[in-house]
Structures are given as structure tokens and as C-alpha cells.
Design a protein around this ligand. Structure first.
Ligand code: ATP
Ligand code: LTN
Length: 338
């Protein structure tokens, strides 16, 4: 990352919990490279967050490489942005403790994701699931990030990070920058292709519900053909009454740049089958270059590890200054020339 102090800091992360979905791509990852020139961007594969759900160690390791390669393939340039794996910078965990002491139990139990995930995994409501947003706040605040590009489902967590930052600042004096979540106008919540009122999620058991960035052409076309729509037969953007069709139109808009009006005109008088085919093709074409890059990068482990190492070093160096300040403010003894 170029040192340009005038630029604001952007931070975002993604969990290596599975192959990225089209939802992850449109709602988050696709937007990350677009911010690289205007901001100082810091992006991370947040493997520590992934542990809140039981993971097979070998699979987690493999998915971490895959997620890292996918971010590079999507256009993140390690010469412009910091890119690293969360567990490679221990400062997140160090800051996490301080922040945990400045958040209330009630604030954590109110989080929608905590409620959803604890209902989904009643056999494993672990401490990490509850304190997940504190670690996320540490990710953001360790770099004093001002801008956090995420899908809508994560806005509540960024809001909590703001509240923690504000509380810390009012107790200990100005330390943290207030982070702000930003989401794309269209696509901040891509819906399941099978239940279009539910978000498309990596962990969905119904394989037809999600398009994975690793899906080949046949799988993508097949899943779009099976997408759930409605019975009135009209191609019109109306999220409330026509969630399935609107979801398809949203995806088409992202990949073709056509407005909803233009899309309605293009498919006037035609059946849903034609729309599904066109959306599928647009996605296949849009993802093809990324998939090619992904396979190339993933096969070069030495390169991947080199980028990881370099990113970890830069991230540590940058966040150490902020952690030192926090330690000083809370009253920890600082030893000179440590
Ligand atoms: P999981 O299903 O394991 O909870 P996930 O698919 O929600 O995972 P995350 O790693 O938690 O993925 O999210 C990474 C980023 O992708 C976040 O910024 C999140 O807001 C965004 N995102 C996830 N799903 C969608 C979606 N359906 N539409 C738009 N953005 C999404
Ligand atoms: N919780 C996020 C992933 C995440 C994140 C972050 C996003 C972890 N730390 C910091 C933005 C900033 C999720 O997508 N589930």
C-alpha cells in the first residue's frame, strides 16, 4: 500500500467458510478493487471468525488459500492494497480484549446474526459466536478504518463497532476514527435462487439456491433455469411482490450495466425462461475471466504465501502504532525500546 496519509482507510473481511457465492461477490468482493485508487484499502481473509462454526482443520486451511486466491483474482492488487490473513496479525486479538471490556452483554445478544446462528446451531452456541462482532470491531479499529464496504447483513455489526469506538473515545480520549458501512445500491442483498425472500448464503444446504464463483457454465445455467420466480409471468422490478424476478433483474443489472427500465423493455412480452437464460449467460461471461485467474493463482502456492507474508508484515506494522496508543490510553505500562 502506498503511503498517502490524505486518503481514508477502507477495511473489509470475508470468512473462508466455503466457496464464495454470487452474493459475496456482488454485495462485497466485487466492490473492493474499485476502491483501491480513492482509498488506502486493507482487506483480510478472516479465518479466526470462521472458527465460530466448527471447521475441519484441513478444509479451513484449503479454503483460506482459495479465498485469498479469489480476492486476488477479483482484482485486489497487493501493490495497491494490504491483503492478509487475519490470524497472521495477532494485533486483532490483542485489541479484541480491550474492546470486549467496553461492550455490554446485552449489546451482543441483540445482534441479529447471533440470534440466527445460535438458532441454527443450538448444539454449539460458543463464546466466539457471541463475541464475533467484537473481533470484527477490532479488525476495523486496529487500522482506524473510516469506510467498511459490506453487504446489508453486516451493517448492524459495523454500527456496533461505531458504538464501541465512541464509548472508548469518550472514556479515554480521542483514539478511534468512527467507521461507516457502505453497501452497493443494487445487490447489497442477493437472494437465494430457491427462496428469494432469504439471502443467498455460503452455508445453504440446498445447492440450487446458491451460485458459487467456482461453478462451471453448466452448473450456473442449470441453477438459473431452476430459479424460483412467481406465477404472474410479467418481467417487472418489484422487490416486494416479485422477489424472485427482481433478484434475477438485480443480478442482470450488475453484470450488464442495464437499468431496470431497459431490462423490462428488453424482455417485454417474453417468458421467464428467456430472462433466466440471459441472466445465466451474463453471469457465465462475467465470471469467466475471474475463474481463469483464480485457477492460475491458486496453483502457485509459493506466490500466494509470498503475498500473505508481505501483507501480514505491513498489517502488523500499521496496526502496532494504533495498539500502542490504545495500551497507553488504558494505562498499561509501556517499556521503552521493547
Ligand atoms: P455464511 O453463510 O458462512 O454466514 P456469508 O455467505 O454470509 O457466510 P460472509 O463471509 O459472512 O459470507 O460475508 C462476506 C461478505 O459478503 C459480507 O460483506 C457480507 O455482507 C456479504 N454478503 C454475504 N451474503 C450476501 C448476499 N446474499 N448478498 C449481498 N452480500 C452478501
Ligand atoms: N463479519 C463479516 C466478515 C468480517 C468483516 C470484518 C467485514 C469480519 N471482520 C471487518 C468487514 C469488516 C461477515 O461477512 N460475516
Amino acid at each position: 500500500m502506498e503511503k498517502d496519509n490524505a486518503k481514508k482507510i477502507v477495511f473489509s473481511g470475508i470468512q473462508p467458510t466455503g466457496s464464495f457465492t454470487l452474493g459475496n461477490y456482488i454485495g462485497a468482493v466485487r466492490n473492493w478493487p474499485l476502491l483501491q485508487d480513492e482509498y488506502n484499502c486493507i482487506y483480510s481473509v478472516v479465518d479466526q471468525h470462521a472458527l465460530t462454526v466448527r471447521q475441519d482443520p484441513a478444509t479451513l486451511r484449503k479454503r483460506t488459500y482459495e479465498a485469498f486466491a479469489m480476492l486476488l483474482a477479483s482484482g485486489i492488487d497487493p501493490e495497491k492494497s494490504m491483503l492478509f490473513v487475519q490470524s497472521h496479525n495477532p494485533i486483532h486479538s490483542q485489541l479484541n480484549w480491550i474492546l470486549a471490556c467496553n461492550v455490554q452483554y446485552g449489546e451482543l445478544t441483540r445482534m441479529t446474526q447471533f440470534k440466527d446462528k445460535s438458532a441454527k446451531h443450538p448444539e454449539n452456541i460458543n463464546g466466539g459466536l457471541l463475541t464475533y462482532p467484537v473481533l470484527m470491531a477490532a479488525d476495523i479499529l486496529a487500522y482506524n478504518a473510516a469506510v467498511v464496504p459490506v453487504g446489508i447483513d453486516q451493517k448492524q455489526h459495523v454500527e456496533l463497532a461505531r458504538n464501541i469506538a465512541q464509548r472508548f473515545n469518550s472514556v479515554y480520549g480521542e483514539t478511534f476514527v468512527m467507521p461507516e458501512a457502505i453497501s452497493p445500491k443494487v445487490g447489497a442483498k442477493i437472494m437465494s435462487l430457491q427462496e428469494p425472500t432469504k439471502k443467498m448464503s455460503k452455508s445453504d444446504e440446498n445447492l440450487n439456491a446458491t451460485i458459487l464463483l467456482s461453478d462451471d457454465k453448466d452448473a450456473i445455467m442449470r441453477k438459473f433455469k431452476r430459479a424460483v420466480t412467481d406465477s404472474d409471468g410479467e418481467i417487472r422490478y418489484d422487490v416486494e411482490n416479485k422477489p424472485g424476478v427482481s433478484n434475477l433483474m438485480g443480478i442482470y443489472n450488475v453484470f450488464t450495466g442495464k437499468s431496470f427500465e431497459e431490462i423490462e423493455k428488453e424482455f417485454q412480452g417474453q417468458g421467464y425462461g428467456v430472462l433466466k437464460e440471459a441472466v445465466g449467460q451474463a453471469v457465465v461471461d462475467g465470471l469467466a475471466p475471474i475463474q481463469g485467474e483464480y485457477n492460475r493463482i491458486l496453483s502457485d502456492k509459493a506466490y500466494l504465501e509470498g503475498v500473505m507474508k508481505d501483507g501480514a508484515m505491513k498489517a502488523q506494522r500499521y496496526s502496532q502504532r494504533i495498539l500502542d496508543k490504545v495500551y497507553r490510553k488504558v494505562g498499561f505500562v509501556q517499556l521503552k525500546n521493547k
